[in-house]
Design a protein around this ligand. Sequence first.
Ligand code: SF4
Length: 158
Amino acid sequence: MYSVRLWAARHARLFELTYRAFEPVIVKLHPLWKSVGYQRAEKPMGKLEKLSKGLLFDCQMCGQCILSSTGMSCSMNCPKTMRNGPCGGVMQNGNCEVYPEKRCVWVEAWEGSQKMKGGDTIQVVQLPVDHRLKGSSSWLRVARGASDQKAGHKEASK
Ligand code: SF4
């Protein structure tokens, strides 16, 4: 898994393009999620997300994905779960002070972001992790968020 995770960050541009194609589909499926019920859709979608992102990114299912802002290197794999850049313990060779045999997640994140078109979002300060969302599907959260936003715009323009 570790080598796949490294590979994914090194092909961050490919995954950025994939996500850009995938996100609108998930959002467009809002009527389906709504008819099934977002709560009901959680289980199968969560499983699917865990399987696919677990395989590629060692996803820890934090429920609030920021992969596209971290060069496709999941910050939840940092042993200190640093969400806004590395701690002060990165070794000179770019490895982690807790697991010296592994690369620092944030070194990988920075390198990944340099390969991406929207890699500048690595500069955005992330909110602290909301642990209540752990285990939930961030895909469904994106779909619901986008449709709520759309509904809000419609309401405002009335
Ligand atoms: S940021 Fe969260 S949802 Fe995204 S890959 Fe990492 S643990 Fe999974």
